[in-house]
Each structure stands twice: as C-alpha cells, then as structure tokens.
Design a protein around this ligand. Structure first.
Ligand code: AKG
Length: 271
C-alpha cells in the first residue's frame, strides 16, 4: 500500500473502527482460495460428520489455515499487513486463522454481538496501544441478504463490557463487499455475523492479530507443520509465534533476553 493509502486507512480505523480494502486479494487468488475452501468444507463434513460438526457448533468453521501453505500469502504479502504492522508494531502475533462460512439459512444476527478480544472489553487502552486488529477476507460478494458482517461504527472506543443486541443492532451497519475485498478493523469493535438468506454459502477468512501478550487461539509453532513454517518469511514466522513462545530452557531464555535469541556455537548448552 502507498503511504497515503495507509495513512487514510489508519485515520478511518481510528474514527470508525474499520476500513474496507477493495481488491486486497487479486482475482486469481480469490478464485483459487474460494475453490480450496469449498473443497475443505466438504472434506471437513466427510472427516468429522456434518451432524457432529453442527452439534459442536463448528460446521462451516475451518480452523488453523496457517497449517496449509496455500494460504501463506495472507501472512506474507497481503496489503492489509501494512496496516496491522503500523497498528500493532513489530511484535504482533496471529491469534487465529480460520475460514467462517454461513450456509443458506444460517446466521448469528443479532444475538451474537461480540468483540474479538472479549477478555479485554471495558479496558481503557491508550489511543496508541491498540491490542488487536482483525482482517477479514471475503471470497464472495456479500450483501445484507447473504449475511453481511454488521459492525457498530465507533464502538471500538466504547468501554461496554457485555453485548447488548437491543442497543447494538440499531446502531450497526452491514458491510457490503466484493470477492477479494478485505475489511480491517480494530478488534475491539462490536460486530456480528449476519444471516444468510440466499441459496449459496458465504465464506470469509479471518486473520486476527494481537499484541504479543494476548494468548493466541492455538500454539501455531506446534500446530503448523515444520515444513510449512520454515517455508514462510520471517515476519510470517513471527506472527505464528516463533519469537513469542515462552523459552523452555534457561539457555534459551538467556539468549532471548540479551542476544536476540541466537544461541552461539560456543555456548555451554551447545557443547
Ligand atoms: O462471519 C462474519 O460475518 C463475522 C465474523 C466474526 O464475527 C469474527 O470474525 O469475529
């Protein structure tokens, strides 16, 4: 992104809490990702059983996409990462990397208003210390009819601790996006998935980033195969917690504290 675009995106996030990035994914990637997600949803149904997934409220949620190198661009080259880095600084980590699908007839509006950092609702962060940023990538055209994400503009600055759909629903707006668009929002914004009243599924990918002190949904350093992790660039590895997972030996701790994590070859623990 150009520095002017980044500046205006940051200004929109500061005031409204969110910004739409048109065409964050190119056409070809969007088509490929959409097809891959449809296939993975079918496989998930086959592996787990659709009824069982419904029972545990997981049908349509594909978890840990970081484990599949095909989605690496969302941690390496997406223009949204420029905004994430500006807002969260050089130690940000990934909290979750999931695809979320609303099947026809399915929805969570308006009972599921939430922020993505429910552990810190009500906490008054200084303006320059945003604790998290969510990036949603849409692979379908989305309108209210097929399940827009509803956001309450400005609510990232509210200190409300519990959702109140009666107040939030009338104050919220449905996000209308095209395939390949991303929405970047301050993770404290109150939002809610819509209801899909169309005949086709509606899918998005969620990449939630946080400050390094917020516990991620998974330990990606173990949940992502070593072969995938080692193929990603340094920044993506950092998002996946490589520099953040607590040390397990005193040697490792000492090297992390004062030597940037590098264990020298003449170290006693190496001998
Ligand atoms: O599916 C949606 O529209 C919203 C997803 C959501 O609630 C979230 O990413 O936290």
């Amino acid at each position: 992104m150009s520095s002017t675009d980044i500046t205006s995106a940051l200004a929109e996030i500061a005031t409204s809490g969110y910004v739409i990035l048109p065409g964050a994914l190119d056409k070809e990637s969007t088509t490929e990702i959409s097809a891959a997600l449809r296939r993975m949803l079918r496989e998930d149904d086959e592996t787990w059983g659709a009824d069982r997934l419904v029972e545990i409220r997981e049908r349509g949620a594909l978890r840990n996409l970081a484990a599949d190198g095909a989605f690496g661009q969302l941690l390496e080259t997406s223009p949204a990462l420029d905004i994430v880095d500006k807002l969260l600084g050089p130690r940000a980590i990934l909290n979750c990397f999931d695809a979320l699908t609303l099947f026809p007839g399915q929805g969570r509006y308006p009972w599921d208003y939430h922020t993505d950092l429910m552990d810190v609702t009500g906490v008054d962060f200084p303006a320059h210390k945003i604790p998290g940023v969510n990036v949603l990538y849409y692979v379908d055209q989305v309108r209210e009819k097929n399940g827009s994400t509803w956001v309450v503009p400005g609510s990232h600055l509210s200190l409300v601790e519990e959702p109140d759909p009666d107040t939030m629903a009338p104050a919220s707006v449905p996000l209308e996006v095209e395939p390949g668009d991303a929405v970047v929002f301050d993770a404290r914004i109150w939002h809610c998935a819509g209801t899909n009243n169309s005949d086709d599924q509606r899918t998005l990918i969620k990449t939630l980033f946080t400050s390094h002190w917020y516990r991620p949904q998974m330990d990606f350093t173990r949940a992502v195969p070593a072969s995938v992790l080692s193929g990603l660039d340094k920044r993506a590895q950092r998002y996946l917690g490589v520099e953040n997972v607590p040390p397990t030996t005193v040697e490792e701790l000492r090297m992390r504290l004062f030597h940037g994590g590098v264990v020298p070859s003449d170290s006693p623990a190496e001998g």
